[in-house]
Design a protein around this ligand. Structure first.
Ligand code: ADP
Ligand code: MG
Length: 312
């Protein structure tokens, strides 16, 4: 009786024209991985003349800051660049996605900002991906916004930590900012030369952007003249909706060449990967999300090459 039921169920599953089931099979995944690898002839990307420090910032939550930080960093590392991710969000999502194990006693970027611990003592190798390291965040960081207020040079604690750290062996430092424009984000902006803004292709996408741009200008004019918005990345693009393409056009109209050609589509694989402590680049390398992040990272790496003359 039971056997019959389960046989019937099997038949049902096999004969059902269910795209999700087909999409999910290991063979389909392997095929996509193979195709994506075949499509990407250059396995080693240019390395910048000196370490590029990029803050991934947008005070809105849920626009893809963490996802973009993790997957761009993984893509760059998988193509011969040496990359450090600094998790500056008390939620610690980037640390989780990069497989950083933490407990109540773990040292984190908090100890760097507030207690002057050195970056090199806080960076851990990311499991399964060579050339990738992470300085994790712990929940202690939630108090840092307030604790920083009373410290000397509170806006430039991270910059000072980077200056004390020999980054000559690194090609990129990517800083995952929290969803606010408080002192943590200001520290990131003071410590970087480039800001990457992920923009989610949805109705409210552009709301609040003016405030972010004004903050960038304020930091630039008072604290860090070397900093520029270098890159805009359109995320969670749903090609089936007219709204998504309207938002993308509007962003391109406003920011022109700063916007990467590659759009990151909405993809279930991208959202599943962090719960396995992985980037989508290792979790499902052939998925549309992974391929898009790889393409976006390739654009960023090649822009570095174009700008190399300015850097040396
Ligand atoms: P932020 O760091 O800006 O708050 P996240 O990167 O954490 O944003 O993304 C917010 C949520 O959206 C997460 O649950 C994430 O898994 C999901 N997400 C991000 N990018 C995609 C995508 N391209 N497709 C599907 N889900 C995504
Ligand atoms: Mg985040």
């Amino acid at each position: 009786m039971t056997a019959e039921v389960s046989r019937e169920t099997d038949v049902d599953v096999i004969s059902a024209p269910d795209a999700e089931v087909e999409f999910d099979t290991p063979i389909a995944r392997a095929a996509r991985a193979a195709m994506s690898v075949r499509g990407q002839g250059d396995t080693s990307w240019p390395r910048p003349g000196k370490c590029r420090v990029i803050s991934v910032a947008n005070q809105k939550g849920g626009v893809g800051k963490t996802t973009s930080t993790v997957n761009l960093a993984a893509s760059l590392a998988m193509h011969g660049n040496r990359v450090l991710v600094v998790d500056l969000d008390p939620q610690g999502n980037a640390s989780t996605a990069l497989g950083m194990e933490r407990d109540a006693d773990s040292r984190s970027i908090y100890h760097c900002l507030v207690e002057d611990e050195e970056i090199r003592d806080l960076a851990h190798a990311v499991p399964d991906i060579d050339n990738l390291w992470c300085v994790p965040a712990t929940i202690d960081l939630a108090g840092a916004e307030i604790e920083l207020v009373s410290l000397v040079a509170r806006e430039s604690r991270l910059k000072r930590a980077f200056s004390a750290y020999d980054s000559s062996e690194l090609d990129y430092i990517l800083i995952d900012c929290p969803p606010s424009l408080g002192l943590l984000t200001v520290n990131a902006m003071v410590a970087c030369e480039e800001v990457l803004i992920p923009i989610q292709c949805e109705y409210y996408a552009l709301e609040g952007l003016g405030q972010l741009l004004r903050n960038v200008e304020l930091v630039k004019s008072h604290l860090n003249p070397a900093m520029e918005i270098s890159t805009i990345l359109l995320t969670m693009y749903d090609g089936r909706t007219r709204l998504a393409s309207q938002v993308a056009d509007e962003v391109r109209g406003h920011f022109g060449d700063l916007v990467l050609k590659t759009l990151v589509p909405r993809s279930v694989r991208v959202s599943e990967a962090p719960s396995y402590g992985q980037s989508v680049m290792t979790y499902d390398p052939g998925s549309t999300g992974a391929v898009s992040y790889m393409e976006a990272a390739r654009e960023i790496a090649h822009r570095a090459k174009m700008g190399a003359g300015n850097r040396s």
